[in-house]
Design a protein around this ligand. Structure first.
Ligand code: UDP
Length: 244
């Protein structure tokens, strides 16, 4: 079993006005513990290999500059490049913390900043997996105009992962926003087509869902901040919402 875990930047940040900002070392240490637990559990159930794609929204997203882009002050590509660099900051910090917490980890990036992080290649990632390392992926897809959700699905396909596990704040997808509509129901399973077409379901970028659907790559949307949830997803337990 090889899984690709997608963690947004906000999940690595401090809570500030309802958003995750900056980089929270304690959160990263907790995450390292969860990954260590997942790998230990996996020893009993057969090998699990973990790739992690990190977002950058705790630091910079291209969309932070939408006004300046509209006013032709900042180019879309420059703004998105800034977002991709933010993901590299997260990936390299997380990599150090994982190693310090005893989780063997390699960090690879799809944006080439060789003084900072090793370039991603498929062969390099495979070689790290063979050595028992977690592979943290920075730089998204390396191209502008998409997000790390799309990067997660794209890299999961390239690395022949069995599953994309998208970590969120909530315990899955709902028929409506549960904060606004108390009758909203949690969805245990949904097809790619329904997840794409239902405007009330906003669990992942449509482009990412479309690409996953084209290749029948299952996605599990689950709540990150519950001890043991990553291990549960890796063990194939039914938690959260499954898109397939
Ligand atoms: N980004 C990009 N190409 C990619 C991945 C990311 O241009 O393949 C840019 C884009 O501006 C995006 C930002 O990097 O908004 C940070 O990624 P994302 O918004 O996915 O982070 P998250 O919301 O998961 O923290």
């Amino acid at each position: 079993m090889r899984i690709l875990l997608k963690i947004s930047g906000e999940q690595l940040g401090y809570e500030q006005d309802g958003k995750g900002r900056g980089f929270d070392v304690e959160r990263a240490k907790w995450l390292a513990g969860e990954i260590r637990q997942t790998l230990t559990d996996a020893l009993n159930n057969g090998p699990t290999e973990i790739a992690i794609m990190v977002g950058g929204g705790n630091l910079v997203r291209g969309a932070f500059f939408d006004d300046a882009i509209k006013n032709n002050q900042i180019g879309q590509t420059t703004a998105d490049n800034a977002g991709m660099l933010a993901t590299i900051i997260n990936a390299t910090l997380l990599g150090d913390i994982f190693r310090a917490e005893g989780v063997p980890t390699a960090v690879l990036s799809n944006v080439n900043v060789p003084q900072v992080v090793d370039d991603f290649t498929y062969r390099r990632a495979e070689s790290h997996f063979k050595k028992g390392r977690v592979v943290i992926l920075g730089g998204g897809t390396g191209r502008p105009l998409v997000t790390t959700d799309t990067g997660a699905v794209n890299l999961a396909l390239e690395l022949k992962c069995d599953l994309v596990a998208k970590a969120t704040k909530v315990d899955g997808a709902y028929t409506d926003d549960p904060k606004v509509n108390p009758t909203a129901q949690k969805i245990d399973q949904i097809s790619y087509a329904d997840a794409i077409n239902d405007p009330k379901i906003r669990i992942m970028d449509k482009a990412a869902l479309g690409m996953a659907g084209d290749h029948q790559l299952p996605i599990v949307i689950f709540e990150l901040l519950q001890d043991g949830n990553i291990a549960r997803v890796a063990a194939g337990e039914t938690i959260g919402t499954r898109v397939n």
